[in-house]
Design a protein. Structure first.
Length: 122
């Protein structure tokens, strides 16, 4: 049985640099448990928070203007697969891994075809 007594706290800091239109142009992050003291650069941050009162998810999704479309595709698919791994560890759902992997495989293929068709049409 898990002990529900807080023994330690940890913080994750996200610093968002905005331009005049309030669009993110610089993202940095740092975890208090990290061995690194400095803020680390990143181009995209996705945070999903479960609100137990509202029984709903709050999503915070930020990306910098210099994040390329290819980087966004990679980040999206890797995030989906990573989140699925966490979900499986928490729920033991026997169907999730294969189904999400198939979704990602199919969507990756369709996305590549779509991107290629955009290139041909320009």
């Amino acid at each position: 049985m898990l002990n529900n007594k807080v023994k330690k706290t940890s913080e994750i800091k996200i610093k968002v640099g905005l331009n005049e239109q309030n669009i993110p142009i610089d993202l940095k992050w740092k975890a208090s448990d990290s061995e690194h003291e400095r803020l680390n650069d990143c181009k995209s941050v996705n945070i999903s928070i479960w609100d137990p009162v509202e029984k709903n998810s709050l999503g915070i999704n930020l990306w910098t203007v210099d994040l390329t479309t290819d980087e966004m595709h990679s980040h999206f698919f890797r995030t989906l697969l990573n989140f699925t791994d966490s979900y499986i560890r928490a729920t033991q759902n026997p169907f999730a891994k294969e189904m999400v992997q198939n979704l990602c495989k199919d969507l990756t293929s369709k996305t590549a075809e779509w991107e290629e068709s955009k290139t041909k049409n320009n």
